[in-house]
Design a protein around this ligand. Structure first.
Ligand SMILES: Nc1ncnc2c1ncn2[C@@H]1O[C@H](COP(=O)(O)OP(=O)(O)OP(=O)(O)O)[C@@H](O)[C@H]1O
Ligand SMILES: O=P(O)(O)OC[C@H]1O[C@](O)(CO)[C@@H](O)[C@@H]1O
Ligand SMILES: [Mg+2]
Length: 787
């Protein structure tokens, strides 16, 4: 299309995908195209990555409309194609690309790709003035076009499964690839167990060990090889053999070793699966197989995290590019501490390159320091847990702490991961972890406190539900006095509670009861875990990602059915108590047309009318075209007394007057489960270790309890009169805390503050909702109008 035919004042923005495809790229393109249209600009897709730019013409630089990207949220790969294009690496190729963009009338370009693609994009932008000048000087463009297109604005979104881009915490596709890897390793475990075999699993990551490390934690692999941190000793063979032999001796029937594609030893020699295989089979005499996961890792639909990340980043990319001036440095859309941010593209690219340089210079400390803080923390955690069986319970010394672990509330993905990680980490530090089975009622009725053995815990990282059992009874419901007696009997020095709102209430009850019971004067910490994600003091509760993915898979299936039937909408009823978190995130991840949440009050008749009207119109306009079905997500507690999902579906059908029909679909407790997602597994481990560190820190100076105990004894013996000051109790307040996730940081806040200041106790909700902005974006991307 020629620019002269267009309105000169309407901007044209193009999007392309480049490098290795990554799940979530389609969602990114969908969000970009629709946001461009919503902003009144023209949307274009460049087909086949930089190859399409070099080839040019309307076949490769295509104008596209709203419908073009329909249904893309749930599709893997990239529908607009990608390539590794050698011509673009040459100036000649970029000159042609420049001409093609001008011919197509493109003002700005958004590139979704990995470090290579964004390096190319950065170079293209910096070279643009000289490229366009050359086109003018060689009479390939007019001076009018030269003036109009003198500046090209570029923006990057990072799509790569490798998670190897500096300045962003996650790249689009990385968590989906991690999901594929964990699923594959879970499968491999079963066959490995049957034959008592060892498996060497190669995962992708040419220059980055993120996938290998995270998969190592999420599947509790025996050993991992990553490029950033080769074994410090000269012999990785000895180190790996020692660990694998010990794990076997302690009762493990399987051995899983994960090798990143780019694994090297400390002399920069590549370590291959064959090298590892030789050691395991020749030296350790293990029946060993190699599995190279290859491109399976890039396949399939994106996990919820990637759909949401790529959608939010797509919206931000369009905002950034439309706000850009010729002077603005090209932005890269990143995610930092769970917030979508803009970073200077050039700096991010340079920093990324410096990791590779540091590795090449054998400066592994520098390479590690250039990765984000979480990477280092995860690696330390992996190593600590991995060596936990060095200290078996019989060796636990007096210095070790007795740490109680309890699950409270509904089961949530990651609960087992947390219990597993607390226990194994305690073993590695010489503490005695004691699992309290079946909540507080289990404790008082059956004295169900057991030390879990290392062998018993094998495989827990990958298990759904709660292996130690959980229920909703709070400490006071079970009986505070009885609970205290049990705490005293088992000499708990610290407690980790894993659960949702009931767990928060229980922790507050225990902390309040400290004035009456010395047994509760120990450090106690809550790891929030509930699919509702309604615990105050944290942005994230374990289990909510697992639930979101279960719900998303369910919605994808339902939507497929609706799309096949053509004129159908489904009303999906979503759990979450008074929290609309799950409903809102699922509506963004699945492209639901409408969602109703308790936070917005009762469903208003006016809004309902408008929603029905819009649904009717869009079904009529679709005229039975393919892939047209709609989802309505209703949180159970949205207008609970008036609307259940069946009634809502009936009303929709009646009001549609033949334009479509609606049916209710209730996933129910499916949402609680299945296998825990890799996010819940790895976060479970991170939270667990932080929680134990908290107990260790406060136990060290837990003088108060001992002082009070001896003062009380003296009083009993008639030596003194004992009157306790409030100060003594106040000094303990900080030692009963909620471990919250805020951005990528973990933060402890006293349960007293959270309970008394931050909680809406009637609704069982935090007073502050941190995700409301997502609702507007979800609406905008499906064209839902609000009354
Ligand atoms: N230095 C460069 N100059 C110009 N173009 C480049 C440069 N590096 C890469 N590109 C372009 O970007 C394309 C993709 O780069 P690359 O193959 O490194 O993948 P990537 O974007 O890093 O993605 P991933 O690593 O996730 O597969 C290249 O084929 C090339 O067209
Ligand atoms: O699909 P290709 O071109 O073989 O590339 C494979 C590479 O792409 C990635 O998947 C993404 O960079 C790497 O992990 C892997 O080394
Ligand atoms: Mg790359």
């Amino acid at each position: 299309m020629n620019i002269n035919k267009k309105e000169m004042n309407q901007k044209a923005v193009a999007v392309m995908t480049s490098g290795g495809d990554a799940p979530g790229m389609n969602a990114n393109v969908r969000a970009i195209v629709r946001t461009i249209i919503n902003k009144g600009a023209r949307a274009y897709c460049v087909m086949e990555g930089y190859e399409g730019l070099v080839k040019g013409g309307p076949e490769y630089i295509k104008e596209c409309n709203w419908e073009f990207v329909r249904g893309w949220l749930s599709e893997g790969g990239t529908n607009i194609g990608t390539a590794r294009c050698m011509e673009f690496k040459q100036r000649e190729g970029r000159l042609t690309a420049c001409k093609n963009l001008i011919d197509a009338g493109i003002d700005a370009l958004i590139v979704c790709g990995g470090d290579g693609s964004l390096t190319g994009a950065d170079l293209f932008r910096s070279e643009w003035p000289s490229l366009i000048k050359e086109l003018l000087d060689t009479n390939q463009i007019t001076s009018e076009l030269y003036e109009r297109y003198k500046h090209l604005n570029i923006c990057g979104t990072v799509g790569s499964i490798d998670n190897d881009m500096s300045t962003t915490d996650a790249t689009i596709g990385a968590y989906s690839a991690l999901d594929r890897i964990c699923t594959a390793i879970d499968y491999i475990e079963a066959t490995a167990y049957s034959h008592s075999r060892a498996f060497v699993v190669e995962v992708m990551g040419r220059n980055c060990g993120w996938l290998a490390l995270m998969a190592g934690i999420a599947t509790s692999a025996d050993y991992i090889f990553i490029p950033e941190k080769p074994a410090q000793t000269n012999s990785w063979e000895d180190q790996m053999s020692e660990i694998v032999t010990r794990h076997r001796a302690n009762g493990k029937r399987t051995t899983i070793v994960i090798v990143a594609e780019g694994a090297i030893d400390n002399n920069l020699n590549p370590i291959t699966c064959d090298d590892v295989h030789k050691v395991l089979s020749n030296r350790l005499k293990l029946d060993t197989r190699i599995t190279i996961l290859g491109h399976v890792q890039r396949g399939g639909t994106a996990v919820a995290y990637d759909r949401i990340l790529s959608t939010l980043q797509g919206v931000e990319a369009v905002n950034a590019i439309l706000e850009s001036t010729p002077e603005t440095p090209s932005p890269l859309i990143a995610v930092n501490e769970n917030k979508i941010t803009r970073k200077p593209l050039m700096e991010s690219v340079a920093l990324t390159k410096s990791v590779a340089d540091a590795i090449a210079a054998k400066d592994f400390d520098k390479a590690m320091s250039l990765r984000d803080v979480e990477f280092k923390e995860h690696l330390n955690n992996f190593m600590a847990i991995n060596s936990s069986d060095k200290v078996l319970p019989k060796e636990i010394t007096d210095k070790g702490l007795n740490i109680g672990i309890i699950n409270i509330g509904a089961p949530a993905g990651g609960m087992n991961s947390a219990v597993y990680s607390i226990t194994t980490y305690c073993m590695s530090q010489g503490h005695n972890a004691l699992a309290i089975h079946n909540g507080f009622t289990g404790l008082v009725r059956h004295d169900s406190v057991h030390a879990l053995s290392w062998k018993q815990l094998i495989g827990w990282q990958s298990k759904g539900g709660s292996e130690i059992g959980t229920n909703r009874h709070t400490a006071s419901e079970a009986g505070i006095e009885e609970v205290a007696a049990m705490f005293q009997k088992h000499k708990f020095d610290g407690l980790v509670i894993i659960g949702g709102f009931e767990a928060l209430v229980s922790l507050q009850e225990l902390q309040e009861a400290r004035k009456d019971y010395l047994a509760f004067r120990i450090p106690m910490v809550l790891i929030p875990a509930t699919l509702s994600n309604n615990v105050p003091g944290t942005e994230y509760s374990l289990g909510s990602d697992t639930a979101l993915n279960s719900l998303m898979q369910y919605c994808d299936i339902i939507k497929q059915s609706a799309s096949s039937t053509r004129a159908r909408a489904f009303v999906v009823e979503v759990q979450g108590g008074n929290s609309g978190y799950l409903t809102t995130l699922a509506s963004l991840a699945c492209g639901a047309q409408i969602s109703y949440v308790p936070e917005e009050g009762n469903i208003s008749i006016l809004q309902l009318e408008k929603d029905i009207q819009n649904l009717k119109e869009s079904f009529k306009n679709a005229k039975g075209r393919d892939r047209f079905g709609k989802l309505v997500l209703k949180a159970t507690n949205a207008s609970l007394k008036t609307w259940d999902s069946h009634t809502l579906a009936k009303v929709l059908t009646e009001e549609a007057k033949g334009a479509f029909d609606a049916k209710a679909a209730i996933p129910g407790h499916v949402q609680q489960g299945g296998l825990p997602s890799p996010i819940d597994r790895t976060r479970g481990t991170r939270l667990a270790i932080k929680a134990v560190n908290f107990l260790e820190e406060f136990s060290k100076n837990n003088a108060s309890k001992n002082e009070v105990a001896s003062a009380l004894l003296d009083a009993k013996l008639g030596k003194t009169e004992y009157i306790e000051s409030n100060d003594a109790l106040d000094s303990l307040i900080e030692t009963a805390a909620v471990l919250g996730t805020q951005g990528s940081h973990l933060k402890f806040t006293s349960v007293k503050k959270i309970y008394e200041t931050d909680s809406d106790l009637i609704k069982r909700m935090p007073k502050d909702i941190h995700w409301t902005h997502i609702r507007n974006i979800a609406d905008e991307l499906v064209g839902r109008e609000r009354v």
